[in-house]
Design a protein around this ligand. Sequence first.
Ligand SMILES: [Zn+2]
Ligand SMILES: [Zn+2]
Length: 145
Amino acid sequence: MIRTVVCEKDGCSGNEFYIKSEDNKLKLICKECESIYYHDINYYDFIMLSSCSSCNNNVFKVFKDLDNDNIYAKCTKCGAPPEKIFIDSDGVQVTYEAKLLCDIKDLMHKVDQRVCNLELKLDDLERGQELLEESLAYINKYMCE
Ligand SMILES: [Zn+2]
Ligand SMILES: [Zn+2]
């Protein structure tokens, strides 16, 4: 279930926030009363920046998926998510495109490995068949005699 994050301060029901990433935490600042909330985002492989990825607005509505604790933010003007910076496997900050490329390379490597394993199995199979044929030839010879 996805819930809209609303400011919990008494008398404030603000649902628009400024966002900021700080030490693996997402900091939400209520636009109305400036109350600050932190969400743990340790497990994300990206950092959300403070501005919209498409219109540079810096106010967001924030949603929380109660099933897995995931946090989403949507620009209040255009609905786009905030700009993101991804962290690759070496801990280096990269753009989404670079991260995608890296993931694809990783995937290709895995596919390569699988093809390699498959070839090895095929070799085994061929060897097995040769053995079988040899045995059959032997049996035939034996039966004819
Ligand atoms: Zn508030
Ligand atoms: Zn926007």
